[in-house]
Design a protein around this ligand. Structure first.
Ligand SMILES: NC(=O)c1ccc[n+]([C@@H]2O[C@H](COP(=O)([O-])OP(=O)(O)OC[C@H]3O[C@@H](n4cnc5c(N)ncnc54)[C@H](OP(=O)(O)O)[C@@H]3O)[C@@H](O)[C@H]2O)c1
Length: 333
């Protein structure tokens, strides 16, 4: 076939942020397609905090092996097919890896879902609001069981998942407070997304501001960050509150992430539930339909930060940990 595939290979396990050389760009010739295979061109890559975890430790998925193509979720288009389920032009999402082309087959290593072409809807929504982040926000808020008038606090609120979770909280009648890392992000949350208040945790008086924004305490913590932010939120929880443990990003680049304050969980009789979105695969269509309706009705707004070029993916992953993104972070291949 003669086509060259550019790929990012995991060369060494990062300590802290990803350093030059942890991921190495290589060129490999694509092998001839066999019966039962389809070749897809990767168009967009979803940049997710969990990728930094996959680079180092076994969790709900095994760590990426040294020398393997770095695992990543992406959007791709079938350009050639010898697989009965796919035809040229089909669009799919799934674990494409950080590379330009992916061969899809039934080996079980990769599972892909076809996505429709919807007029006036960009392909990238299938990685964000109608993809993993929207679905995570949706099921996380289902776990939260919000009641009208309750106070919901969302951390990493201006990110892909947090921004949708907070808006779902508004749809469900909560008072919603976001915690984010810049005044620009906080202004987006309150002025554009309808959050009731937003607190910049980089300000010296942010805990005071959080207290002012939650005069009746906090009923639901949609936790994306962990560490000091989570402790400050737990301190303000009302008894019988709910903590939806979605992510702990402040610990992902540390060798020894700090653990939750279980004393507060006990004394306040909190219900804490962690969850991983892959447990909900059988309900993805139901959730995506609801998210799509809210988006069409203008009840859900989304925003993207797009970085151009596969070779920029390592820098893009680091942006998640330095707060360089607003909304969904995507690499355009
Ligand atoms: N459970 C699941 O199945 C599931 C699925 C998807 C995502 N998640 C989790 O959801 C969380 C958000 O993921 P996402 O993909 O939507 O990313 P994101 O929120 O779009 O990006 C990450 C954001 O986290 C904030 N952040 C990074 N380090 C921080 C720190 N030390 N302290 C405070 N804030 C920090 C940054 O914003 P600031 O400028 O505000 O600092 C950054 O923009 C992550 O914890 C992720 O692991 C879980």
């Amino acid at each position: 076939m003669g086509t060259i595939n550019r790929q990012l290979i995991l060369k060494s396990r990062p300590k802290g942020l990803i350093a030059p050389g942890d991921l190495q760009l290589v060129e490999a010739p694509l092998s001839e397609l066999k019966d039962g295979q389809a070749l897809a061109k990767v168009k967009y890559l979803s940049i997710d905090p969990t990728m930094r975890v996959w680079m180092v430790v076994d969790t709900y998925l095994p760590a990426v092996a040294i020398g393997d193509v770095m695992r990543a979720f992406g959007f791709a288009e079938i350009i050639e097919s010898r697989h009965s389920d796919y035809k040229k032009g089909d669009r799919v999402t799934g674990l494409t890896g950080l590379q330009e082309y992916v061969i899809i087959d039934d080996s079980g290593k990769r599972s892909f879902q076809k996505v429709p072409k919807i007029p006036f809807v960009s392909d990238t929504v299938f990685l964000g609001v109608l993809g993993i982040n929207g679905l995570t926000a949706f099921f996380g808020m289902e776990i939260a069981q919000p009641k009208k008038g309750e106070t919901l606090v969302v951390s990493a609120a201006a990110g892909a998942t947090g921004s949708i979770a907070g808006q779902i909280g508004k749809i469900q009648g909560c008072r919603v407070i976001g915690i984010a890392g810049s005044d620009e992000k906080c202004a987006w949350l309150t002025k554009d997304l309808g959050f009731d208040a937003a607190v910049n945790y980089k300000g010296s008086d942010w805990k005071q501001k959080l207290a002012e924004a939650t005069p009746n305490g906090i009923d639901i913590d949609f936790e994306n960050v962990g560490g000091e932010i989570m402790h400050a939120v737990l301190d303000r929880m009302n008894i019988f509150g709910r903590v939806v443990l979605c992510g702990l990003i402040s610990g992902y680049t540390k060798a020894d992430p700090s653990l939750a304050s279980f004393g507060t969980v006990l004394v306040k009789r909190l219900r804490v539930q962690g969850f991983i979105i892959i447990d909900y695969v059988s309900r993805f269509m139901e959730a995506a339909t609801q998210l799509g309706q809210w988006k069409m009705l203008g009840k859900l707004k989304d925003r993207e930060t797009i970085v151009e070029g596969l070779e920029k993916a390592p820098d893009a992953i680091n942006m998640l940990f330095t707060g360089g993104n607003i909304g969904k972070l995507i690499v355009k291949v």
